[in-house]
Design a protein around this ligand. Structure first.
Ligand code: SF4
Length: 505
């Protein structure tokens, strides 16, 4: 009887459930990691995402070897052939895999034809297991994130004094929405020079003969647990103290502001969520940091991250096909090539994503996703783009974040309202509009901002559905106050504008 472990590319820590299930002798326990070229061709992935995953896998394989595991590392076309050969060579009778985070990967595991038993070990990557989440959901009328987050605060006793939140409030969002004003003294980011292993992966990625996206270099992300811990420590010292106030602000040339940049590491196991939360809580108590900053950060990890994962597994398998507004437009070509748009906000954010694989949550939600929603782009097309373009993207986070939160395609299961906005919001929260060829104040005419045309046109097109939701009634009331002549002109201009981008797609 020989048991072997298959470690997936987003399960890179030694206490993950399959590796930490009982093994008498690590040295005699076969472990395999596989880079599959076929898997990397599912969509055009960002080159830095491929570098991150493959380099982190190679480094983790080395760490396991040093800890006396018997490690096989394969680069192959698919997963099945190297698994079959490895099972045969080591006479493996049971293959253990930690239950994948992503449903499509569970399908891959279930469809494998191997000459051994396959055991899926319960996943320990998240604080809330799927059954924990189900129990919570069963006790609720609807799946409101704020209620889930409060349950998490109580359950894990984070920022709590007994049964009450520290500071007397659960939420300090109002203090965390400051628009950028004047010169912001943003801190440096901590980046890492690629080592020999990473340089080899960069070469491989640069020579791939299938479509991928973005720049492979400069690649400066952490690829080991030790580097990820340094990134965490740097965030706590230099960014967390001011994380809150400007977390929604967008400034040209300020790509990371006070953001933590930890999600790529959390999502592949180089950091675990509880150590990050506890470290932030410790920093709050020891360094007397502002509660709005610490609570705002902990909300992202203990609240949003756990919630999106919980909802993903709670919903039926057809959730990714949701399309409440019945949007079918193809993705404009400029999402893949920022040079093809003259809208400054989109261009700034898309250029940044091409260079780094990263944009912060408001750039994602209120620029990239907002534009897709008000333009009527298919939710599945924009989800696929987000999944390919971002360094921290995985199926569990993008299906819920884009289909549910960004596109409101589930009709309000996840988000309490559609996140749509005109140029007013972008102008308030960024410096993009001042350098744009369009006028953010205009909603008709040649220089009218397309966000304005599309926003009012979106409200008009979906008036009845939006009325049923209630949360946008104030904006529908504003829509009703626009004269028939102006509304007709806005709708014509919006149609012309959409025809133009369709023709260029
Ligand atoms: Fe974007 Fe419109 Fe502002 Fe230009 S004017 S940056 S297109 S919101």
């Amino acid at each position: 009887m020989t048991t072997g472990v298959w470690v997936l590319g987003d399960q890179l820590w030694t206490e993950q459930a399959a590796l930490s299930s009982y093994f008498p002798e690590k040295k005699n326990t076969p472990v395999i990691l596989i880079e599959s070229l076929k898997y990397a061709q599912q969509r055009p992935y960002h080159r830095q995402k491929l570098v991150l995953i493959w380099s982190a896998m190679r480094h983790f394989a080395e760490e396991l070897r040093q800890n006396n595991w018997s490690v096989t590392y394969e680069i192959a076309n698919d997963f099945e052939a190297p698994l079959q050969a490895w099972v045969k060579k080591h006479k493996i009778t049971e293959l253990r895999v930690m239950n994948p985070n992503d449903r499509p990967f569970t399908q891959i595991v279930n469809n494998l034809k191997l000459n051994c038993q396959i055991t899926l070990v319960a996943n320990n990557h998240f604080l809330w297991s799927s059954s924990d989440f189900q129990k919570w959901a069963a006790s609720q009328k609807s799946l409101i994130m704020e209620n889930f987050y409060r349950s998490g605060r109580k359950r894990f006793q984070i920022l709590m004094e007994g049964n009450q939140p520290v500071g007397g409030k659960w939420n300090f969002d109002k203090q965390n929405r400051q628009p950028p004003k004047g010169k912001l003294n943003t801190p440096e980011a901590l980046w890492f020079e690629p080592d020999q292993t990473t340089l080899e992966v960069i070469n491989t990625v640069n020579s791939l003969d299938f479509p991928s996206y973005g720049d492979a270099e400069p690649f400066r992300w952490a690829v080991t647990r030790s580097q990820a811990l340094q990134a965490l420590d740097f965030f706590l010292k230099h960014r967390l103290p001011m994380f809150g106030p400007y977390q929604d602000a967008m400034v040209t040339g300020e790509e990371t502001m006070w953001h933590s940049m930890l999600s790529p590491y959390l999502n592949i196991g180089l950091l675990n969520p509880m150590e990050v939360i506890m470290a932030a809580q410790r920093a709050y108590h020891q360094n007397k940091l502002d509660l709005n900053s610490v609570e705002g950060f902990i909300r992202q990890v203990l609240g949003w991250r756990e919630y999106l994962h919980g909802v993903y597994h709670y919903m039926e398998a057809d959730y990714p096909e949701s399309n409440w507004f019945n949007h079918t437009r193809s993705l404009p070509a400029f999402y893949w090539n920022a040079q093809k748009t003259d809208m400054n906000c989109l261009r700034q954010v898309l250029e940044q994503v091409q260079r780094t694989g990263y944009a912060h949550h408001i750039q994602r939600l209120m620029v990239l996703s907002n534009f897709a929603l008000i333009s009527g782009i298919s939710p599945q097309a924009i989800e696929d783009w987000f999944h390919g373009a971002f360094i921290d993207a995985h199926d569990w986070v993008m299906q819920t974040n884009v289909i549910g939160m960004g596109q409101f395609a589930d009709g309000g299961i996840l988000a309490s309202k559609p996140y749509v906005a005109s140029a007013n919001y972008i102008n308030k929260m960024s410096d993009y509009c001042g350098k744009c060829v369009y006028q953010y104040q205009e909603r008709t005419g040649e220089k009218a901002c397309p966000f304005n045309l599309l926003y009012w046109n979106f409200l008009a097109r979906h008036r009845e559905q939006l009325k049923s939701q209630g949360r946008l009634n104030l904006m529908l009331h504003h829509l009703d106050r626009i004269s028939i002549e102006e509304a007709t002109k806005i709708n014509q201009d919006a149609a012309n504008w959409l025809n133009k981008i369709d023709a260029a797609t």
